[in-house]
Design a protein around this ligand. Structure first.
Ligand code: TK8
Length: 362
């Protein structure tokens, strides 16, 4: 097919046809669906220049998502803050799309001292830090503000301290966000629709348990291998936030999506302890401040764009199922045994204190 639009070569046929049909129905220009999504502007960098020790430092910060993710946008803001407030004495080199390794490889690289910073999902890290498993419990956070309250409060602070070991220094939280199901086979409105579907999960035992309990056929895999696995039908589906589905172009290989919101995944900002120990204290504090500001801004970007991106996915031809509260309840009830199974392993007290915080935030 020959077209004149500059981006058309990267459009698979289905998507091109869908956007032409949308244009025909709604009278929009064919490029409207691919118009760049507006990200909220960077806040100004505030605060004085921080005095170091006269030495220059360079840090590589590697993330798993692409340049059009909220995660990358947050990283750009982090770079601005750190470079400006260190008066150029700390240089931040940004790497995206797992260029220097996926979540687990990046964490190992931090431990080895060959990479300075990364920001993985907490889920693949539960083998190192079992307490992170609490975030994998289904439907734990009823709304994002509850996640903020937990992560920015004493529980989150304690977890950062506990994760500051094994060659790592944990300095902040940002968000991956609420996860949504996509697949290439059929619309999913109830657990029974999942029967026989091969669903990629993160490398995390609770996620495996969730999808098994719902009746699917889950298989753990690194995020870096996921697009190809979907494209080649090694797996039928996956689950990630809307912004990740779009920024990773999963909609090009997945026709169906269901807004399940089944798990809220945090990102944790990590620094290599070897690098950290070389920094003067003032610069350590600067990194902490910048990580906090990055987290606040990145959450804002992620939340602002979530609904907008869901609509873009629809207009690009994805069939998106938005569940009624009753339909969500069917998923929740079905997953109740997952709580029972993991309660003792994760710690009932931790789960209860998070559920209390959730109840108070309502
Ligand atoms: C990106 C990952 C990813 C996560 C996953 O590095 O693996 O599905 O949701 O976004 O952390």
């Amino acid at each position: 097919m020959k077209t004149t639009t500059p981006h058309s070569r990267s459009f698979p046929l289905r998507r091109a046809v869908a956007s032409l049909m949308t244009a025909a129905v709604f009278g929009l220009g064919t490029l409207s669906a691919s118009a760049a999504t507006e990200m909220p502007p960077f806040p100004d960098v505030t605060g004085d220049v921080v005095q170091g020790d006269g030495n220059d430092y360079s840090l590589k910060f590697n993330i798993g998502l692409t340049q059009s993710s909220a995660q990358y946008r947050g990283l750009e803001y982090f770079k601005k803050i750190v470079e400006q407030r260190s008066d150029g004495h700390i240089q931040v080199q940004m790497f995206h799309s797992a260029q220097l390794g996926d979540d687990l490889q990046s964490v190992s690289a931090l431990q080895a001292g060959t990479l300075e910073m990364t920001s993985p999902s907490t889920s693949p890290m539960v083998s190192m830090f079992p307490q992170f498993a609490v975030f994998d419990l289904p439907f734990l956070f009823p709304k994002p503000e509850v996640a903020d309250q937990v992560l920015d409060g004493p529980i989150g602070q304690r977890m950062l301290e506990e994760a500051s070991t094994k060659g790592l220094v944990a300095i902040g939280w940002s968000e991956n966000g609420y996860r949504q199901l996509t697949n290439s086979k059929r619309a999913v409105t109830k657990p029974a629709d999942l029967e026989g579907l091969k669903i990629r999960t993160m490398q995390n035992p609770i996620h495996l348990d969730i999808w098994r309990t719902l009746g699917a056929n889950p298989t753990p895999m690194s995020f870096a291998e996921l697009f190809t696995a979907l494209e080649q039908h090694v797996v039928d589906g996956q689950e990630n936030p809307w912004i990740t589905i779009k920024s990773s172009k999963f909609n090009e290989v997945q026709q169906y999506a269901t807004e399940t919101n089944h798990v809220y995944t945090p990102f944790i900002t990590l620094v290599s302890e070897r690098f950290w120990n070389r920094l003067p204290e003032n610069y350590q504090q600067l990194l902490r401040d910048a990580a906090k500001k990055m987290g606040d801004y990145e959450r804002h970007v992620s939340r602002t764009m979530n609904d907008q991106i869901k609509e873009e996915l629809k207009s690009e031809g994805m069939e998106v199922t938005e569940l009624t509260p009753e339909q969500v309840k069917v998923f929740q009830d079905k997953l109740e045994p997952v709580y029972a199974d993991w309660r003792d392993k994760i710690g009932g007290d931790l789960i209860d204190s998070i559920r209390d915080a959730a109840a108070n935030a309502e």
